[in-house]
Design a protein around this ligand. Structure first.
Ligand SMILES: *Cc1c(COP(=O)(O)O)cnc(C)c1O
Length: 357
């Protein structure tokens, strides 16, 4: 069997969830959209369900997958419904949803659910993606509150730049949210992972951690709170071929690496078709049987190459970690101009196995 695999540490996931709850609002909605950022939504939700206050997903398809797997905790649709017809399924499966636009309020008005809807009314406090403008928010809230089939309402917003510590945009968004929502005395929800980890001045009833649950930091450098996270996913594979090369020999497509000394090159069963980024520089960190090493040459679809010259004990079958417990995914992301979010979500083809149940 191909040695590529992703190990998912569910004990680390629970540790990170507890940290989110300790840092943030009274309750934490575990965001498991996009198949739990590549970690497997059903397995992650099952591992968290005994303690999680609820789950956040991007769309009803993702919510139904969790319900079909027997998850009974509250589930919030973070973008609300995409068409009014979804309201029947929302009712049938007892889902919560975000209201982010006027057309959704019109659709809610026409619905006649047996049990009142729980809605999270989103303010566009400056990200300018989803949510009602500040001048429309109170009227929309009053409209919803006047409907007998709307029950609990949570006031929410989303930060655009909370991962940039010291950027005053987050404070501006917070000030606008407080100004618009202050008198409404609703439960609030503002914090994503960077806000939870980096902005202790933000308080809310419901935080919405995503990335941090998976043990990755949203920040560029070291950070005292983010450094308490435990990585959940370790992607590893094995060496399937070794060759000795003289000086000046090219390795792989495009001769992106040329040996400068007599070298031992190991070929690893992992490529961009598995979600490993194709264009990473020579010297991108990996571990070779647990010791720090270098990726060299261009990443191919199914294989990549590492330099074994300084690893004389390594050879066929040696274990190569691409990211995980030792090579932190946010450090790898910083090396190849992408984000930990993107790397985790991109994982495919690699079978996942779970530990720490
Ligand atoms: C994805 C998402 C989150 C989680 O964000 P992280 O940065 O991964 O913690 C929170 N809120 C909303 C509305 C989201 O779409």
């Amino acid at each position: 069997m191909r040695p590529a695999r992703a190990l998912i540490d569910l004990a680390a996931l629970r540790h990170n969830y507890r940290l989110a709850r300790e840092l943030g609002g009274r309750k934490a909605l575990a965001v498991v959209k996009a198949d739990a950022y590549g970690h497997g939504a059903v397995r992650c939700a099952r591992a968290l369900e005994p303690e999680a206050d609820g789950f956040g997903v991007a769309c009803i398809e993702e919510a139904l997958e969790l319900r079909e797997a027997g998850i009974r905790a509250p589930i919030l649709l973070l973008e609300g419904f995409f068409e009014a017809a979804e309201l029947a399924l929302i009712e049938a499966h007892d889902l919560w949803f975000v209201v982010q636009a006027h057309w959704q309020i019109d659709a809610i008005e026409r619905a006649r659910p047996a049990k009142p809807f729980t809605v999270w009314l989103k303010l566009d406090s400056g990200m300018h993606r989803l949510g009602l403008a500040a001048q429309d928010y109170r009227a929309a809230l009053h409209r919803l509150q006047a409907m007998s089939h709307v029950g609990d309402v949570v006031a929410m917003t989303h930060f655009a730049r909370a991962d940039e510590l010291g950027c005053d945009r987050t404070e501006q968004q917070l000030a606008l949210f407080n100004q618009v929502c202050a008198e409404a005395s609703l439960p609030t929800s503002l914090e994503n992972s960077p806000a939870l980890l980096g902005w202790p001045e933000v308080h809310d009833a419901w935080s919405r951690p995503g990335l941090m649950l998976y043990g990755a930091s949203p920040f560029a450098g070291a950070h005292p709170v983010a450094d308490r996270l435990r990585p959940v996913m370790t992607v590893e594979s094995g060496i399937i071929s070794v060759r000795d090369l003289g000086v000046g020999e090219p390795v792989g497509y495009g001769a992106r690496f040329v040996t400068r000394r007599p070298s031992r090159i190991g070929v690893v069963a992992m490529g961009y078709a598995d979600g490993y980024p194709q264009f990473v520089p020579n010297g991108t960190p990996v571990t070779i049987d647990g010791r720090p090493g270098d990726l060299v040459g261009r990443v191919s679809m199914d294989m990549l190459t590492v330099d074994l010259t300084d690893h004389p004990a390594a050879g066929l079958g040696s274990r190569i970690e691409l990211w995980g417990a030792q090579v932190r995914v946010h450090d790898l992301a910083a090396r190849c101009e992408t984000s930990a979010y993107q790397l985790l979500c991109a994982l495919k083809r690699v079978p996942r196995s779970y530990v720490g149940e």
